[in-house]
Design a protein around this ligand. Structure first.
Ligand SMILES: [Zn+2]
Length: 150
């Protein structure tokens, strides 16, 4: 069931895009860049590779990137200068699950948990989008008298 206020759980396909430079140097891995196809020419690849090294330094907290401090980049230059390399590109396909969503108070609420609460009105939904009884009625629903809940 799909309506304008409910989207059932579904599987989505995504792709990880990887550009690489392969070579025959021993002890050096292929150089990879994730995120796109940068193999149209060495200029493009080079630019993106440096950008990815800078990002890596930032992510790892290694400080400001510079050529001299980056062993991986030194290896890359060695391979680049040899001229014995090839650019290539591949995609990895992977699936991931998107939980059902329900519209409550004009906002989409993701139903990824057992109980999902709208932060505006406090309504509880289960994973399939069914409205659960208000918490104050939980005792009644199970047939217990209010005094037994104390
Ligand atoms: Zn709501």
């Amino acid at each position: 069931m799909t309506s304008d206020r409910f989207i059932p759980a579904h599987t989505r396909t995504s792709y990880q895009r990887t550009s690489y430079m392969s070579h025959d140097f021993e002890g050096i891995c292929n150089f990879e860049i994730h995120g796109g196809d940068y193999t149209e020419g060495i200029k493009v690849f080079n630019k993106e590779y440096i950008a990815s090294r800078k990002q890596l330094f930032k992510d790892m907290g290694w400080g400001e990137w510079c050529e001299e401090n980056d062993l991986g980049y030194q290896n890359y230059l060695k391979v680049l200068e040899s001229g014995e390399w090839k650019l290539g590109y591949y995609e990895n396909e992977f699936n991931y699950r998107v939980p059902a969503q329900i519209k409550c108070c004009d906002k989409w609420l993701s139903l990824g948990s057992f109980t999902n609460t709208c932060d505006k009105c406090g309504a509880d939904y289960n994973g399939s989008g069914q409205l659960l009884a208000s918490r104050s009625f939980w005792g009644e629903e199970t047939g217990e008298h209010w005094s037994e809940c104390l």
